[in-house]
Design a protein around this ligand. Sequence first.
Ligand SMILES: Cc1cc2nc3c(=O)[nH]c(=O)nc-3n(C[C@H](O)[C@H](O)[C@H](O)COP(=O)(O)OP(=O)(O)OC[C@H]3O[C@@H](n4cnc5c(N)ncnc54)[C@H](O)[C@@H]3O)c2cc1C
Length: 384
Amino acid sequence: MRIPKRVAVIGAGSMGSQAMWRLAARGAEVIGYDRYAPGHDRGAAGGETRIFRAAHLGEPRYIPLLRLADRMWDHLQGETGFALRRRSGCLVMGETASPSMSLLLAAGSTHRLDHEVLDREELARRYPQHRLPDGHTAVLDRMGAVLRPEASIQAAAARAEQLGARLHRYTPVREIAPAAGGGVHIVTDQGTGHVDTAVVTVGPWINTLLPDLPRAVDVRRLISSWHLPTRHDWFAGGAPAFVRSTPHDCYGLPSPDGMSVKLGLSFKLGLHSARHLPVADPERLERTVHPEELATMREFISELMPDLNPDPIRMSAYMEGYTDSGNPLVGRLPGEDDIIVMAGFSGSGFKLSPAMGEIAADLALDGTTDHPVDFLAPAAAGAV
Ligand SMILES: Cc1cc2nc3c(=O)[nH]c(=O)nc-3n(C[C@H](O)[C@H](O)[C@H](O)COP(=O)(O)OP(=O)(O)OC[C@H]3O[C@@H](n4cnc5c(N)ncnc54)[C@H](O)[C@@H]3O)c2cc1C
């Protein structure tokens, strides 16, 4: 009888819960560890919603990974029976001549993405929530969707446990160390265990556990704020998720939190990375959001979404690891055959999480993957 491989998944959050699911589904002996418990809101994955898009950073190398993620979201929903993704479409708006918009428009036609370009009049007719300045373009990504992060993490972790995975909740891993005869020692306050391979998916805590990564991951604090419309019919024709690059780097999406009187939705807004403050210690994230931190959001609302109430009904702070290029580190640590890392998703990783679970299982069980992730290798010199 073949002895199953023992694989530790350290961090059962966005990536780790999916890695546990895929590893358990493929017959590995899976031992998960989390500092808290699946679905908590202290890391990179709180706040009810995340955007799914068919394209990412205008970078075509993500397209096959997003296609894999698309299939894996369906697979997870099918296996668990939970509705984790709602196709709302996603509007991408920006200056027509900007590099990111040009790349998106080119990728859309080269890769036959289900994209529709909307001019100003068409946008105003179909999505009157938004204003589009002169010289800007809107693209409707019809594969765009709203994902449910907490529910997805709990669904994937629970499915992994049904398939035989063990998960140590409220058990921070203190150290991982290559073992002399092969494999890896996992050190917790309860003792030391030995596994064949460790998959490290600790998100914004990555520098605490692996301080010498080949590419730097800077941890930053992100604010989300939830707003109600000032018009009762604001959500009526559908209010898809959106991302905009200029004049404010901003994104937003409907939040199914029961808040608006009419449809039980509010609208969540967030800013892109340039304005995020650094987080020195992920265990001491400043969770209070101060009113002055919303100044840009208020400007954005008054200029570009004037029928949203600028006074938020809620504000929350989260954190995420960013790399210089925006590309995560995915693969074996250089010189450590038995340690696989997935970190630094730079504000865009949730949509990819079930694809990352599948890739983690490939790397841990087969030693390699057919999915195109070489450009994300931890030491990839040319990582864009
Ligand atoms: C506000 C905000 C909005 C975002 N919007 C989007 C979006 O719209 N679309 C999108 O695709 N992405 C988005 N992202 C990015 C996405 O959410 C992240 O890329 C993703 O959640 C990162 O997942 P992770 O597994 O690396 O981290 P996490 O989900 O934080 O998981 C890390 C886990 O490791 C555990 N852990 C930490 N240290 C230890 C330890 N020593 N031992 C054991 N366990 C440990 C933690 O408890 C946690 O459960 C957003 C991020 C933020 C913060």
